[in-house]
Design a protein around this ligand. Structure first.
Ligand SMILES: C[S@@+](CC[C@H](N)C(=O)[O-])C[C@H]1O[C@@H](n2cnc3c(N)ncnc32)[C@H](O)[C@@H]1O
Length: 289
């Protein structure tokens, strides 16, 4: 048996304890050029929810905007159109493969860099009108420090926008994943298939307020679409999680869980496909003037 993945996960868990205490660390990403390309193809749910977030941020021509965790830059490119030629949009993401795709979108006023939430110290204080994170916050472990840095790099009156998954989010697909894991492992290790860093609505609001933001808007937005078939569901979950989906259990058991899961998913397949729910919490906060 190949023990390397399990050892890597263990090393990651020991090296990165969660600041929120109870939650264990998630396995490290397993990004590849192929997964990044697949994310570009399957990220329409994130793109649709991201457009709602952007509409709440009142972005204006000439604004300077940071897209933190921009992925392949689909939404960032839209935002660049809003700020126009007088504005500036920077997209950053720790995945070199995603940034390689995003860089093909670069244009006047729109640039991308490989960097993540741990690198915000390199931006000058008061340098952005807007900073947003679309479906990223639930992958960030050092949330308090990240919010502190975002507060610093925003101008007074500047706004933060966060769309993120919920810890307590009900979904039929999630239930089937849970059942499949239980069938193979005999138990469901906490946070095996969703990020350990998900928050409840109350936790998200309170973190933003503690960082000094005035909450301007907070919404829970339901959204669902269809995956074509079980393979399509698994492709979405793998690409969206940067390859972390079920990566903490070792290859043999992962394959067994996936096989059970595919059978269960095929039972809920309809003519239109399999319903996938992607609800998001949307928060907009303002740095007081
Ligand atoms: C679900 S994708 C969302 C991508 C993009 N925002 C979108 O709307 O399509 C999550 C992204 O968060 C990035 N990410 C993970 N950890 C991060 C961190 N600590 N700082 C910044 N980005 C991070 C991943 O590389 C990935 O591109």
């Amino acid at each position: 048996m190949n023990l390397l993945p399990a050892l890597l996960s263990l090393a990651w868990a020991l090296a990165c304890p969660s600041p929120l205490g109870a939650a264990p660390a998630v396995p490290p990403p397993r990004e590849s050029a192929e997964l990044a390309a697949r994310y570009e193809a399957v990220s329409t749910p994130q793109f649709i929810q991201g457009q709602k977030l952007i509409s709440l941020l009142s972005i204006e021509p000439g604004d300077s905007v940071l897209d933190l965790g921009c992925g392949t830059g689909r939404l960032t490119e839209q935002v660049a159109k809003l700020v126009g030629p007088q504005g500036k949009v920077v997209g950053i993401d720790p995945s070199v493969h995603r940034i390689a795709i995003a860089k093909q979108r670069e244009a006047a006023g729109l640039s991308f860099q490989v960097a993540g939430s741990d690198d915000l110290a390199s931006f000058a204080s008061g340098s952005f009108d807007r900073v947003y994170l679309n479906y990223v916050f639930h992958w960030i472990d050092k949330k308090e420090e990240t919010l502190r840095q975002i507060y610093r790099i925003l101008k007074p009156g500047g706004r933060i926008g966060i769309s993120t998954g919920r810890k307590d989010q009900p979904s039929q697909v999630r239930e089937l994943i849970r059942d499949s894991i239980r069938e193979v492992l005999g138990k469901v290790p906490p946070d095996l298939f969703v990020s350990a860093f998900h928050l409840t609505p109350r936790e998200l609001r309170s973190l933003a307020e503690q960082a000094g933001f005035r909450i301007v808007d907070f919404q829970i937005l339901p959204f669902s679409d269809y995956a074509k078939d079980p393979e399509d569901v698994i492709a979405f979950l793998s690409a969206s999680s940067s390859g972390r989906f079920l990566s903490g259990v070792g290859e043999d058991r992962r394959e067994r869980i996936l096989s059970v899961l595919k059978q269960k998913l095929s039972k809920i397949q309809t003519n239109r496909g399999i319903v996938m729910e992607h609800p998001a919490m949307l928060l907009v906060g303002e740095k007081p003037r």
